[in-house]
Write a protein that binds this ligand. Structure first.
Ligand code: NAD
Ligand code: WQD
Length: 339
C-alpha cells in the first residue's frame, strides 16, 4: 500500500515506520519537526535497510499538502501529527484546537479531494475521562477533562461523520493507553523537549543523571499501593497495532474506535521497581500531593483489538523498562547526543 504518514519523525511515528517498511509498504513522511528531529528518520532508514520519501512541511499548509498528495497519490494515511501536552493545552487551548482539529480537517479535505479514503488516527485513552467502570471498553462514555483530550474527541467525531458520508471509506481510531519503551536497537526512542511530564521519560532521565529525583504525584489513591495505576503499552506493540489497523482498513469500510493497551495495569511504585531491576539504577523519589486532573486507574479492555485486528500486546513492563533504559543510556540527551 502507498501510505502517507503525518508526524512520522515523532516517537510513535518513527517506531511505526519500521513496521510499515518491514511489511514492504511504500511510505512518505510529512513532518514539520516541531517536536522531533530529522535524525530519527535517518536512523529509521538505517534500521529498516530501506528508504522512504520525506517532505518537511506543516499539515496546516494546504498548498503543501496538495502538492504532496498530487505527487505521491497515497492510498491510505496514518495521522500522528499534532500537539500532545495536556499542560500546554490548558495554557493555550486555541493553539491546540487550531493545530489538532483544524490541521486534521485540512488533511481530511485533501484526502477527499485526492480520493484517498482510508485513515488510521492517533486517538488517546484520555477521551474517556473519569472511569465509570474498568477496564474501559470502547462503549465507555467519552468525557475528556482537558483541551488536548477534547481535540482528540472532536477529531474522532469529525472522522465518524466524514466516513458516514463517504461510501466505502474506512477509519480506525486507535485509542492509545500509555505508550512507553523504545526499539530494542536503542537507536530510536522517546525524546521529549524540556522536562518530561510523563512518568517513564522522567524516571529514565533520573536514572541517567539528568534529573535528581522523581516526584510521585499522590500515594493516597484507591489502588494496590496508593499510587496511580496505568496500562503501559510497549511502543513496538503499538507500532504493530498500526500495521494491523492499516491492513484492516484496506479490507473493511466504516469507522471503528479501538483501544490499544495490554489490559494490565502497573502502579507508579511498581513501575519504579521494574525500572530499577531493568537498569540496575536506584531511582530516588519523593511523594507529593496528587497532580490536578489525574485519575486513580486507567486500564484498557483489549477484546476489540484482538477480535477486529487480530492484534495483542506481546511485551511486558520489564521489556518496556529495559528498552527505555537502553535508549536513554545510549542517547542521554536524545537525538542531539550524537548529531
Ligand atoms: P510526537 O510529538 O513525538 O510526534 C508528533 C509528530 O508530529 C512530531 O514529529 C511533530 O514534529 C509532528 N507534528 C506536530 N504538528 C505538526 C504539524 N502541524 N505538521 C506536521 N508535523 C507536525 O508525539 P507521539 O508521542 O509520537 O504521538 C503521536 C500522536 O499520538 C499524537 O497525535 C499524540 O497526540 C497521540 N498520542 C500520543 C500518546 C503518547 O503518550 N505519546 C498517547 C495517546 C495519543
Ligand atoms: C502516569 C502516572 C502520574 C509523572 C498522559 C496524558 C494522556 C496520554 C499519556 C496522550 C500517573 C504519575 C507521572 C511524574 C508521577 N497522552 N506520575 N510523577 O497522566 O496517564 O497520561 O500521557 O494522549 O493524555 O494525560 O501519563 O505518564 O503523565 O502519568 O507520579 O513525574 O505517573 O500521576 O499516575 P498519564 P503520565
Amino acid at each position: 500500500m502507498k501510505i502517507l504518514v503525518t508526524g512520522g519523525a515523532g516517537y510513535i511515528g518513527s517506531h511505526t515506520l519500521l513496521q510499515l517498511l518491514g511489511a514492504r509498504h511504500e511510505v512518505l513522511v510529512i513532518d514539520n519537526y516541531s517536536n522531533s528531529s530529522p535524525e530519527a528518520l535517518v536512523r529509521v532508514k538505517k534500521l529498516a535497510g530501506s528508504g522512504f520519501k520525506i517532505c518537511e512541511g506543516d499539515i496546516l499548509d494546504t498548498c503543501f499538502l496538495n502538492t504532496v498528495f498530487t505527487e505521491f497519490q497515497p492510498e491510505a494515511v496514518i495521522h500522528f501529527a499534532g500537539l500532545k501536552s495536556v499542560g500546554d493545552s490548558n495554557r493555550d487551548p486555541l493553539e491546540y484546537y487550531t493545530r489538532n482539529v483544524s490541521g486534521s480537517i485540512g488533511l481530511f479535505r485533501c484526502m477527499q479531494q485526492h480520493n484517498c479514503s482510508r485513515i488510521v488516527f492517533s486517538s488517546s485513552a484520555t477521551v474517556y475521562g473519569e472511569a465509570n467502570y474498568l477496564p474501559y471498553d470502547e462503549a465507555h462514555s467519552l468525557s475528556p477533562t482537558n483541551p488536548y483530550g477534547r481535540t482528540k474527541f472532536f477529531i474522532e467525531e469529525v472522522i465518524r461523520d466524514w466516513v458516514r458520508s463517504w461510501d466505502g471509506s474506512s477509519a480506525v481510531l486507535l485509542r492509545y493507553f500509555n505508550p512507553v519503551g523504545a526499539d530494542s536497537s536503542g537507536l530510536i526512542g522517546e525524546d521529549p523537549t524540556g522536562t518530561p511530564s510523563n512518568l517513564l521519560p522522567f524516571v529514565s532521565q533520573v536514572a541517567v543523571g539528568r534529573l535528581d529525583k522523581l516526584i510521585v504525584f499522590g500515594d493516597d489513591y484507591n489502588t494496590r499501593d496508593g499510587s496511580g495505576e496505568r496500562d503501559y503499552i510497549h511502543v513496538e506493540d503499538l507500532a504493530r497495532a498500526h500495521l494491523a489497523a492499516i491492513e484492516y482498513s484496506w479490507e473493511n469500510s466504516g469507522c471503528e474506535a479501538i483501544n490499544v493497551g495490554t489490559g494490565r495495569g502497573a502502579t507508579v511504585f511498581e513501575t519504579i521497581e521494574a525500572f530499577e531491576r531493568a537498569s540496575g539504577c536506584k531511582i530516588p523519589f519523593q511523594c507529593a500531593p496528587r497532580r490536578a486532573g489525574d485519575i486513580a486507574s486507567s486500564i484498557a479492555s483489549v477484546r476489540k483489538a484482538e477480535q477486529l485486528l487480530g492484534w495483542k500486546a506481546k511485551l511486558n513492563l520489564e521489556q518496556m523498562c529495559q528498552t527505555a533504559w537502553n535508549w536513554q543510556k545510549n542517547n542521554p540527551y536524545g537525538y542531539v547526543s550524537t548529531v
